[in-house]
Design a protein around this ligand. Sequence first.
Ligand code: SAM
Ligand code: SF4
Length: 322
Amino acid sequence: MSEPLYDTFGRKHDYLRVSLTERCNLRCRYCMPEEGIELSPRHHICSRAELLHLIDRFISLGVRKVRLTGGEPLVRKDAGEIIDEMAQRPVSLAMTTNAVLVDRYINRMKNAGLTNLNISLDSLDPDRFMMITRRTHFEKVMANIHLLLKEDFNLKINCVVMRGMNEDEIPGFVEWTRHLPISVRFIEFMPFDGNRWQTEKMVSYAEIMEHIRRDFTFERLDDAPNDTTKHYRVPGYTGNFGVISSMTEHFCGSCNRIRLMANGAIKNCLFSDSETDLLTPLRQGEDVEPIIRESIRNKKASHAGMENLADQPNRSMITIGG
Ligand code: SAM
Ligand code: SF4
């Protein structure tokens, strides 16, 4: 095997997040504008063979964890085949999904050992869900979450907290962990093109904890290495909760992530405004390893080297894959 992917700060990059598609069946306000986004032309999107080839190249460079994401990964027509193929690779496999289509894929996921899922859910109220996602799939998502729990999947629920939108639901989400073996992760809202970023909309880690402190006593849990979440549990509750404080207390120091987008470009940081095309060189028969190494070498210490994230242009989250 080749030398692993180290950046100039000594961070080893062994976690690849792969966006399978730019498309989505929801229109979450914090992620995607109502009219959708301008999609890459069809021939600029990796075929399944190209995607798997690039993933295999990363695996040969030491990647040991792959997360399938999107857009909504399960709206890609060959998502099932990609899941089957990924089951053959020597990696820990996970997915981030909005869970709308999970019932169609649950057996395939189980067979592939894809049992670690992060599910986006920002409200426990059907009307609120509709307001945030601009779609009516609440009942479906809830039914699928319960189906997955019945089938012993390991679920993390991602809840993006936005001021004036859902911060009043924080205690309700914590209460949800009383009887369910889930981990609810409150995420600080981040700036991206198309989500009409306003600094005031961000509810900080400190404020989220303040909301919880009013109703609960809780204990801090240990976090795994490279974990982006600070974990807590209400004593006696089955599940736990945590906060992903990307904005107010970033975790760039232990970043081990590389992002491969559906158009075959990589981003060395979620906040980077530049991306590196691997698809064109791949189609021209070039070895992409030196290009990957160069991109990792150019990675900045934190937040892509930006002082003020809100002023920076960036793609919308939907194409990067979170
Ligand atoms: N469609 C899938 C889903 O929603 O789970 C996967 C893709 S989505 C872009 C990945 C994650 O990014 C989701 O958990 C979503 O909540 C999060 N996300 C999207 N836009 C965000 C923003 N502006 N700030 C914080 N998190 C965001
Ligand atoms: Fe779609 Fe996920 Fe973005 Fe919501 S957060 S619009 S479900 S990609």
